[in-house]
Design a protein around this ligand. Structure first.
Ligand code: NAG
Ligand code: NAG
Ligand code: NAG
Ligand code: NAG
Ligand code: NAG
Ligand code: NAG
Ligand code: CA
Length: 341
């Protein structure tokens, strides 16, 4: 190889190594100390501290290292301000990964906050389920920032973390003064307030449901507080070019108080709003039912209709919220729809 190419390569490698080294920090509180040998899972010969940093960075298991005497000792643990798991060894230098985005070392790993996950809190959770199953203690229901694999940006969602392994909400309707008779653009982008009545948005549902295999959970509550659920596995919403076509692989009931399957009749249909009629009907279903939905010759359900909350709990119009199978003509007072893994 010509000399110029070789030195160019070395320059490039050194630049990469310098960047890598910035991801590590010396634990200043524990100077002259290294981690106890039981935490070292691999020892390699390396020409310098930069190469040792690069080796550690390439290995997901490596959280810290100590370098000395051309030896790179990689540890699967790291320390915070507590040097109790360290021993004196002044001929080695100890470095550990920097927790990013406000994360802090807790005993042996970076504990992340503000929806971040990853070994070093380097990225947002992909969905509520990932946040819940991570070691970062995301167990409180509320608004989180997620970043699905296919999404071009991160965005906020409401996560139900307390039960069912972390569920990502895409619809919530409980106020009778909140209306879902919205335009195509509003259904595309989402509307409402994440902490209460809202529609997450069709683009976000496309990014989510094409990034991971979800079960859509439909939940409705009656005036007498009885709850009903139904599950739709492999729930997918396509992109706008494909009319946000909706499909799923399998519908199955909840063990008690099953809501019933009112979606099979509209499976594989395109999304419609009153200003964009893509239904399979001579009517404008979205206009008549005052909601955006996947309509065939309209639908046996209307989760985005008006919540009239009649005192007798009985359905009287086509534009109120209803779910024919299995609630029949009893109308709910609350609707929620989640994505669950
Ligand atoms: C060093 O350790 C002491 C006690 O172990 C702790 O109070 C202090 O905050 C630590 N300092 C740093 C910079 O972590
Ligand atoms: C340091 O960690 C050890 C065990 O990991 C623990 O027993 C000890 O209480 C800790 N000390 C402080 C000051 O947190
Ligand atoms: C939506 O419904 C409400 C209540 O029926 C009505 O006042 C409003 O005009 C409707 N909006 C549209 C855009 O149709
Ligand atoms: C609530 O109403 C539904 C429908 O009428 C009924 O099937 C259910 O048993 C009621 N639940 C309670 C707790 O009364
Ligand atoms: C998603 O999972 C369901 C079972 O939960 C399965 O029937 C379906 O084929 C899966 N879809 C994909 C695209 O893997
Ligand atoms: C559209 O409606 C017609 C007649 O109502 C029906 O035969 C056809 O299967 C429907 N198409 C889809 C895709 O559901
Ligand atoms: Ca039509």
């Amino acid at each position: 190889m010509p000399k110029a190419v070789i030195s160019g390569l070395f320059l490039l490698i050194n630049m990469i190594l310098e960047v890598k080294c910035e991801e590590f920090t010396i634990s200043s509180n524990c100077s002259g100390k290294v981690m106890e040998s039981q935490y070292t899972y691999n020892t390699m010969i390396s020409r310098g501290i930069l190469e040792c940093a690069a080796l550690c960075d390439l290995d997901y298991k490596c959280l810290s290292f100590q370098y000395g005497d051309n030896q790179c000792q990689m540890n699967d643990q790291m320390v915070g301000s507590n040097c109790s798991r360290m021993v004196d060894n002044p001929s080695f230098q100890y470095y550990q990964k920097v927790c990013q985005n406000g994360g802090a070392v807790v005993t042996s790993f970076c504990l992340c906050i503000n929806s971040y996950v990853g070994t070093y809190c380097e990225r947002f959770m992909r969905d509520c389920a990932e946040g819940f199953s991570s070691p970062h203690e995301y167990t409180t229901d509320g608004i989180y920032t997620i970043y699905p694999v296919l999404s071009p940006t991160s965005f906020q969602v409401y996560c139900e973390m307390k039960s069912n392994g972390g569920r990502t909400m895409f619809q919530h309707h409980q106020s009778s003064s909140f209306y879902f008779n919205r335009t195509w653009q509003e259904y595309k982008d989402g509307f409402g307030s994440l902490a209460s009545d809202h529609w997450l948005g069709l683009d976000k549902m496309y990014y989510l449901t094409n990034s991971r295999n979800y079960t859509a959970v439909f939940y409705m509550k009656l005036a007498n507080s009885t709850s009903y659920h139904h599950y739709f596995d492999g729930f997918v919403v396509e992109n706008e070019v494909e009319g946000y076509q909706m499909t799923f692989s399998f519908a199955h009931p909840h063990s008690i108080n099953t809501l019933g399957d009112s979606l099979t009749e509209v499976k594989n249909q395109y999304f419609s709003t009153y200003d964009n009629d893509n239904d399979n009907s001579s009517r404008n279903c979205a206009l008549d039912m005052r909601s955006g939905w996947w309509y065939n010759d309209c639908a046996p359900c209307n989760p985005n209709g008006e919540l009239l909350k009649p005192s007798d709990s009985l359905k009287t119009t086509d534009y109120e919220v209803f779910w024919t199978n299995d609630l029949q003509n009893i109308v709910p007072v609350m609707v929620q729809i989640w994505l669950m893994v």
